[in-house]
Each structure stands twice: as C-alpha cells, then as structure tokens.
Design a protein. Sequence first.
Length: 81
Amino acid sequence: YGFGICFLLGFVLSFLSSFSLMSGNLSSFAFMYTTGNFVALAGSSFLVGPTRQVKSMCEEHRWVSSTVYLSTLVLTLLAAM
C-alpha cells in the first residue's frame, strides 16, 4: 500500500500545485510541486526497497541525471523559502 499512497499523494500535490502557479503564487507552487516529486520518488522505494533504489540511482549511467534531478529539487525548495 505504501507505493500507492505515496504515488497518489505525489500526484495530488503536483496537480494542486498547478493552481498555485495559475494564481501567481510561485513559492507555493515550487514547494508543492517539489514535495510531490519527493513523495513520488519515495513511493518507488516501496517497490524495490530504499537500498536498491539508491544503488540504482548511483549506477554509472544514472548518477549524473540523479544528481542533477535531486540537486534541482533541493535548490527549488531553497528558492521557494
């Protein structure tokens, strides 16, 4: 159930963030959208386990994109504050 709950919550947060964007509230949009992405990413850990998820993200052909993705999520949260 963990994956389904996280996936649904991540989707809802990301979807609701679009209303913040349309209303011009950029910090709320950035926070909700980024939180939704983090929750959805955490949900995938329920499918394969957190250790295997991190190992997969650190594989030779994925580490650059994983680093860029996580870095931009963190920087977006910092910019929203």
